[in-house]
Design a protein around this ligand. Sequence first.
Ligand SMILES: CC(C)(COP(=O)(O)OP(=O)(O)OC[C@H]1O[C@@H](n2cnc3c(N)ncnc32)[C@H](O)[C@@H]1OP(=O)(O)O)[C@@H](O)C(=O)NCCC(=O)NCCS
Length: 178
Amino acid sequence: MWRHSINPGLELRPLQPTDAAALFAVVDAHRASLREWLPWVDATRTVADSAAYIAGTVCDDRETRAFTCGIWSLGRLVGVIGHNRIDWAHRIGFPAYWIAPDSAGQGIMTLCCRAVIEHAFGELGLRQLVVAVATDNHRAQKIPRRLGFKQVSVLKKAEWLHDRHVDHIIYSLAAPKT
Ligand SMILES: CC(C)(COP(=O)(O)OP(=O)(O)OC[C@H]1O[C@@H](n2cnc3c(N)ncnc32)[C@H](O)[C@@H]1OP(=O)(O)O)[C@@H](O)C(=O)NCCC(=O)NCCS
């Protein structure tokens, strides 16, 4: 199991069934803000929903189809980061992430993304990472840009978000040449 300490107060570790209550609590406390760009928030109504989500991630992680870590800041679960999917045939990872608004704006997510990128190109041996961000989610677009991703396209009507389609900007980052 990958467990990664970024600094003394910040750790990534795969979500476990015992994290369900903590995960639900952070989503429930910030649902109004999180739902703006995350389509699954409204369907997360009880701890059982978070438990079911974690059970799915544990299964996907075991099969190495995906990879999902909790972001623990000063001992508190404040967000989630990982790869929504790993395409082993082509060695491409599809990172995704969110953080509670009371932990945003401190550079935590940039640090976490750097760690996930390093792990993807190092330990996992992936050759490319692809991140999709809604065209109006300007805050989230800053992260791939800051980390050297390049915009490769725009996918029209890429996601159904509550009551409308949104377009995605597709960013990609190639592994450093060795
Ligand atoms: C998008 C999202 C992940 C951005 O998180 P974030 O906290 O802004 O990202 P970071 O942790 O990297 O912080 C960067 C900000 O912290 C500031 N910051 C403060 N201290 C910092 C430090 N030591 N190092 C780097 N940045 C620091 C930066 O200046 C930057 O501010 P700016 O956005 O005003 O330029 C977050 O808002 C979120 O989860 N939103 C909801 C879900 C979502 O949209 N997910 C993305 C789907 S693709």
